[in-house]
Ligand binder design. Sequence first.
Ligand code: DC
Length: 241
Amino acid sequence: MPRPLTITIDGPAGSGKSSVARRVAALLGYSYLDSGAMYRALALKALERNVAPDDEARLEALARETHIELHAPTPELEAAGAKNRVFLDGKEVTREIRTAEVAQAASRLATIAAVRRVLVAEQQRAGAGGSVVMEGRDIGTVVFPNAELKIFLDASPEVRAERRWKEHQEKGERITVAEVFDEVIERDKRDRERKVSPLVRASDAVLVDNTAMGIEETARLIVLLAHERQNEATASAGTKV
Ligand code: DC
């Protein structure tokens, strides 16, 4: 039996994290968890309730009283490109959380330390069993600092914006490449420069730049690295008597 691993994939918006993480999980038979969906779901609730993005006390209280669940998508949703199915207080919000407005609100809410504490604890619980691929911004640095395999996925800003633009197009949303580029750059800046758990590469994360690589190629590279880690773990267990 190969040793089950915890694999973390962090990186900026449009780096291909979700597609790659889902594919890696499928190839290894692991579960896939999208931590960004939790920030998005909470942001959707805050928007619906008109909570101001700088009202930290109310946002923390909202995080504490909110129940967010991630489930594997149905085969139909999977084929349509869905990630996890997301339930906010029991109601499915899988599609509602995928707007540019919710993305921006999530990025703002993610700068609040008390909110992060609540969601990080949830993520640690969700991934505690191992055999999991979790994607986000701080998974290798904060959520699972002892993960056996950490990936930092990146791509050029132009390619990342174009990928996000295509996603919006497929959903029939009218938005220009230039608008998406600005949105992605603004969100990256906030995610990288925030004081709590900023988006940084963990010192022991493997940097994978997939500007010129497809999803399948990137996923297979990560699976090769996973097998290498499993072999190393087996070999070192064998030498310990
Ligand atoms: O991965 P995403 O685009 O769905 O994430 C939405 C926002 O949530 C992102 O701009 C920053 C925040 N986020 C975070 O701060 N930490 C995570 N682990 C995941 C997402």
